[in-house]
Design a protein around this ligand. Structure first.
Ligand SMILES: [Zn+2]
Ligand SMILES: [Zn+2]
Length: 341
């Protein structure tokens, strides 16, 4: 089998490895489509917070947003047969600790994370994966490759309790556009989006979302103070971009007493933050990690057509062109880029 290994500092290798065999409880999978996201870029560069925290280490076979076809099943596996199209979860818990038993394996201290922490991902021609964390999907590979980010988006929107609320989505990249669609499906009173990139606003408009007319100009000012803003804005800001400007914009946008839901890491060791503004304006701040418990809901949203994923896929590359794919992520018009191993 072939696999992409990341070694840090933008070093990447295409390596040959022996074909794996599925152990008891595992599936042998041929990955067919793997999305690249900001986390992969941070792993490629070495800026991911997990390295600073000592949670992750190199080398890593990346690929946590994936779909593939079952090739073989290990002993004791039920519910899967060769030929099934599957997706797989990211956080794989130890299964026995107090958090795992509470269904919160993404907070397990001994967890692995597919393609991120002590577990190979899907940028490879073969992978083994625990059947207990896999789901069969009833749609195409290009739709299935976006189940993971849709699950993350569903987690964030659910935590934001958006039904009947006015919502602004800050950052209309792939996660932002999934979040906006799910907020609409969850009955938000209105959903507006904000992004500094014209091409992304155009795509947002094509999905029926109007631009947020607020204090978006403060995007450019990383230390924009929010304490002085008192006029009512949206009830909930769903923050789907990580830079200091986007974070400041989310806090500036919501009304006093509103909620900011943070769906992504900042990619920075430290950030300026208006702590007093958070307190004085009585803001609820919610951090959202991963997607545990939201996979079937995400699959249902895509299957029903409530969430459209195909418009978000702008390009696909072969496994050997992974470096090219990473470098082309920032191209104008680029949104979700896939590797097809
Ligand atoms: Zn991702
Ligand atoms: Zn555990």
């Amino acid at each position: 089998m072939r696999a992409i290994e990341f070694h840090g500092d933008e070093r990447l290798e295409l390596v040959e490895r022996p074909d794996p065999a599925p152990a008891a409880g595992q599936l042998l999978i041929a990955p067919s489509a793997v999305g690249i996201c900001g986390t992969d870029v941070e792993i490629f560069e070495g800026s991911l917070a997990y390295f600073r925290m000592g949670i992750a280490e190199y080398p890593i076979v990346p690929g946590h947003e994936w779909t593939g076809v079952v090739v073989d099943v290990g002993e004791g596996v039920t519910g899967f047969t060769p030929g099934d199209r599957v997706v797989g979860e990211v956080a794989i818990g130890c299964g026995v600790c107090v958090r795992c038993r509470a269904g919160r394996s993404h907070l397990c201290a001994r967890r692995t994370e597919t393609g991120i922490v002590h577990m190979d991902g899907a940028m490879a021609s073969r992978m083994v994966f625990p059947a207990a964390y896999a789901h069969v999907v009833p749609f195409s590979a290009r739709q299935a490759a976006l189940v993971e980010p849709t699950s993350v988006a569903l987690h964030g929107v659910t935590r934001g309790r958006v039904a009947g609320q006015h919502v602004v989505v800050i950052g209309s990249g792939p996660i932002g556009l999934l979040v906006a669609q799910i907020a609409r499906a969850h009955g938000a009173a209105s959903v507006t989006v904000s992004d500094t990139r014209e091409d992304r606003m155009t795509l947002a408009a094509s999905l029926g979302f109007t631009p947020f007319e607020g204090r978006a100009a403060e995007w450019d000012d990383p230390v924009a103070t929010v304490a002085g803003a008192t006029s009512d804005g949206p009830d909930v800001a769903l923050l789907c971009a990580g830079g200091p400007g986007a974070i400041a914009a989310a806090f500036a946008a919501v009304r006093p007493g509103g909620t900011v839901v943070a769906l992504g890491l900042s990619g920075q060791p430290e950030l300026p933050f208006d702590w007093d503004g958070l307190v004085v304006r009585d803001i609820d701040l919610i951090g959202v990690l991963g997607s545990v418990g939201y996979w079937q809901g995400a699959i249902d949203l895509i299957a029903s057509g409530a969430v459209k994923t195909e418009p978000l896929v702008t390009r696909a590359f072969a496994l050997e062109d992974t470096r090219d794919a990473l470098e082309r992520l920032i191209d104008p018009g680029s949104l979700k880029v896939l590797i097809e191993p």
